[in-house]
Design a protein around this ligand. Sequence first.
Ligand code: SAM
Length: 533
Amino acid sequence: MRMIAHNRNSTEARRQAIQLSIDGTKSAAERNRLGQFATPNILAVDIARFVAPLIRAHNRDIRFADPSIGTGSFFSAALEVFGSERMRDAVGIELDPAFADAARDLWTEFGLRIMSGDFTRIVANSTRLPAPNLILANPPYVRHHHIDRADKERLQQTALELTGVRVNGLAGLYVYFLLLTTAWMEDDGYAAWLIPSEFMDVNYGTSVKRFLTDRVTLIRAHRFDPEDVQFGDAFVSSAVLVFKKAPPPSGHEAEFTFGGTLAEPHASDRIPLHRLRESRKWTVYPTHAKNDRHTLSNGNGPTLGDFFRVQRGIATGDNKFFILSREDAKRRGLPAEYLRPILPSPRHMKATVIESDQDGYPLIEPQLCVIDCDLPEHLCERRFPTLWEYLQTAESSGVRDGYLVGKRSPWYKQEQREPCLYLCTYMGRGADDRQPFRFIHNRSAGIATNLYLMLYPRTALAVMLDQHPDRAVQIHALLSEVTGHELRGEGRVYGGGLNKIEPSELGRISAVSLVQKWPELIRYADQTQLSLF
Ligand SMILES: C[S@@+](CC[C@H](N)C(=O)[O-])C[C@H]1O[C@@H](n2cnc3c(N)ncnc32)[C@H](O)[C@@H]1O
């Protein structure tokens, strides 16, 4: 590699200025479409520093590549950490001409070659690309619904041909980058990837996890703490993966870390590959109180799903239109038989126990109702002119053009839900022991929107409540004791520390405390032959 005429630090400073100015010319939507969130150089240097001793052990010359180089934050970091003498070769690929040109201007004299174009096509079509032995990458985080169908099929086909992995259609572009780049790398080379941590928990991640446990030697998986915005919001749900392109030695353990920095994580644990292969969710590692996602249930023993049917609340298609205050509905003379009590959104719900008035409406202010009518239009018009008149206003306000509303028949009939005894809010924040979601004891006939999960006692718990209705209060108290750690462990976390939990995830929370309190639950289950656990 050529001798360096310029100083890397001054070029890095120029790079940062150019990065800012190019970012400034693009809208958020445009940056999202191409997954353009540059790696802060301090993080790129941290990552390169972590990899350095692994490579040093082999004392090899470095052939660097970044498949989506942007302005070259990782190349700059590699120069800083390895020095130009050790870099035999360096190549960066970039789709966006503005970034490709900038990287070329900045780094050509430091020996970086830039290839303009789509990496996923270049890697599939070019047989003469020299194989790198070091990858440092932050691939585009383009979500699957922004990848058009033909492209997705091409990507799936290329991944299958080059790696033998069948990629789930819900996977984002970064999954293809990870697989295709690894196929391109030299055997025994090292790679460090800054990618969304989502694959660790979701279904589409299964094939990626299998790839990481079986095909390469996973050395380190670090997850940033979503509560810690040290690198800005763009990286809060990110992970760094470091691996060697070599089959894992038997008995291999990967180091899982969480929080802090790569060099100084807040929690760390070595996890044997056989455990990783059996684990549905990888974010529960390291199994340490400092991890925001550690679970207690581990999939053994009774779970909430054994005792509750958990269902999402209704999606009305347009809450502003279909949900009215009871007073407003009365004023408009809407027929009570086609109005159902419904709870306000969690933001406006301060109470955790909801009492009922004599009509079943929640005793909270304001009382709300949802229009839910199954009469065909001609009957509705004839029999309930006031309701009909209100429904006519949907036309001009665009309510009827909505996807959900358009699919229903009649369009003002809601999904059917019985009132439920307990609810859990569907999203929320909360660190450490604070529950991100709230459990609510509902003694009214109010149903709920999809901002809540609805919990219906079933099996042995339903039998017990039949015999001891007074225990409903203690059940609520036990639900409220589920730890924040456990809820976060089952749910999923989004940028900025927002947590969400799906019905099946809530169903997997441990219900050991219910059985400890009422061991007869086991007996009820046996007596009634209701399947339990
Ligand atoms: C998350 S950014 C990272 C940039 C740079 N590696 C860094 O760490 O700062 C991803 C980059 O990939 C580029 N990109 C998107 N799709 C690409 C593709 N199909 N082939 C090559 N580059 C692509 C984007 O323009 C963007 O510069």
